[in-house]
Write a protein that binds this ligand. Structure first.
Ligand code: FAD
Length: 473
């Protein structure tokens, strides 16, 4: 070793000892690395173990597992399940498929959406039989989840899935779960994905594997990425998991994956100051600062949110603020038992007349009065000529009047990595990236509301089976 090299080695050793550089160590080879332990990653790891893969590493960057599904209400659509059969309910999957395509305005991949739909019942039965997830016995329709009697609900909400999933995991020694372990990039050798670089609280190392499944969820919590991928999406506040920062999207695109539907989000109506409040759904009219309506307010209870999102973005653009007002009269507030609460709630403006309400809220008073007059005529005529609203056609009557500062939050991303029917991640030319699979919200979604958790489970299993076939080839 010459003197310069010796000096550099000494410097490197000193730097490592002082912690200036993170140590880079190579770990033992796994058969399969699953990145992200939300419901899709948990499912993929369990399915891989069940079909004989022996050394599976499952990592999550957070200190807990389960992702969004364990925080959700646990609503899953499916047909011909053990629950629907016992109720003698029979829904044609072709109708389910057609409804999802319609609701998402045909932005979904037809082949993949058919697979999500066709397997939705089998997925619910798998959750019951294999994992032990408790479901309520009733199955039916639910506001916001389409018109077909397919909606199953986890008893006690999504959180009730945690214990059975953890029990299933604990019974599978083939799965090594590591929390607080963040994948930062994928390792590619000879054109194949062979593992990932991971960061454990600043300690950097490699996890090598014959195949990798990305299950890192969406990107709602990463505002910078939101703005970069689709600037208009950046105006929405977010109510997703802290782990939903688009890591998988960035890792996959860095190795050649293509993405689509990146402008598509699911947005939820919330109070400007309260990301969980459902109260705005109880208000009658939505108006911008000109006091004018801009959408069918009751459309928000339907399953397709993208068009609402676009209406809101346009309204924010006109007003230059990222909120609008939801308006009710006193009778409606009394009916919904909101009068007392409104007195102290941040973001609520109350006044005896529409003019005073507009003044207090910074709206155009003439615009608001005209809007209310037109709306009341529409209610009397039984038709909303402006926006075609058909639900909850209630007039705005006597004051006092209430205006609630309202906005939309994003929680679910419908855009993401493109994968094929085998769950293989593909490039823009449609060819698969060897060794790389993806499932769940990190992928370009192939389902409408109510089929997102179900899809994450279905596709976690598909990706696991495809990865297992690739590993054992
Ligand atoms: C509040 C809420 C309610 C919902 N309700 C419903 C519902 O009732 N029905 C329905 O169908 N859908 C619902 N959804 C959507 C659905 O829950 C999600 O789309 C689905 O659970 C996503 O699962 P996933 O495993 O793909 O991703 P996630 O649940 O997002 O899990 C991804 C995991 O990957 C981890 N991760 C991310 N990056 C890395 C990295 N670099 N390294 C390691 N780990 C990483 C994250 O920490 C996280 O644990 C809801 C979503 C939210 C936010």
């Amino acid at each position: 070793m010459n003197r310069k090299k010796a000096f550099l080695s000494l410097l490197l050793a000193a730097a490592l000892a002082l912690g200036a550089f993170p140590a880079l160590a190579q770990e033992a080879q796994a058969d399969l690395l699953v990145i992200g332990a939300g419901i899709s990653g948990l499912t993929a790891a369990i399915e891989a173990a069940d079909i004989g893969i022996e050394n599976i590493v499952l990592i999550d960057k957070l200190a807990y597992v389960g992702g969004s599904a364990f925080l959700s209400a646990g609503i899953l659509g499916g047909y011909e399940t053990q629950k629907t059969k016992s109720l003698d309910l029979h829904v044609d999957p072709k109708d389910m498929y057609a409804e999802q395509m319609r609701e998402k305005h045909y932005t979904l991949d037809p082949e993949l959406t058919w697979i999500t739909t066709e397997k939705s019942g089998e997925t619910i039965d798998w959750l019951i039989d294999r994992i032990g997830v408790p479901f309520l016995d009733e199955v039916g329709t639910k506001d916001g989840y389409g018109t077909l009697e397919t909606i199953h609900q986890v008893e006690g909400g999504g959180g009730s899935m945690r214990a059975p999933y953890m029990d299933a995991l604990a019974a599978l020694p083939q799965i090594h779960l590591e929390i607080e372990t963040r994948a930062t990039s994928l390792i590619v050798e000879d054109g194949k994905v062979v593992g990932a670089v991971v960061d454990r609280n600043g300690e950097i190392s490699e996890i090598r594997a014959d195949a990798v499944i990305l299950c890192t969820g969406g990107y709602s919590s990463n505002r910078e990425l939101f703005a970069r991928l689709h600037p208009a999406n950046a105006v929405f506040q977010q109510s997703a998991m802290p782990g939903s920062t688009g890591d998988g999207l960035m890792m996959a695109t860095a190795v050649g994956a293509t993405v689509n539907n990146i402008d598509q989000l699911q947005v939820y109506l919330r109070e400007y100051n309260d990301m969980v409040s459902q109260t705005p759904y109880l208000y009658n009219l939505f108006v911008g600062l000109e006091g004018k309506r801009f959408m069918d307010e009751k459309r928000t209870a339907q399953t397709y949110n993208q068009e609402i999102k676009d209406d809101i973005v346009a309204q924010y653009g006109r007003d230059g603020v990222d909120y609008f007002y939801a308006i009710n009269d006193h009778a409606a507030m009394e009916m919904f038992d909101l009068v007392e609460d409104a007195q102290t709630r941040p973001g609520v403006v109350i006044a005896d007349t529409l003019e005073a309400l507009a003044d207090k809220a910074g709206m155009d008073a003439e615009g608001l009065k005209q809007t209310v007059e037109t709306w009341n005529q529409s209610v009397a005529a039984g038709a909303d000529a402006q926006f075609g609203r058909t639900r909850s056609m209630m007039p705005i009557g006597e004051g006092p009047y209430y205006a609630l500062q309202t906005t939309f939050f994003s929680s679910v991303c419908h855009g993401g990595i493109v994968r094929n029917a085998l769950g293989e991640v593909v490039r823009s030319d449609g060819t698969a990236i060897p060794g790389l699979y993806a499932s769940g919200e990190v992928t370009a979604n192939a389902s409408s509301n109510g089929y997102t958790i179900s899809g994450a489970v279905t596709w976690g299993r598909i990706a696991a089976r495809s990865a297992a076939a690739y590993i054992t080839e």
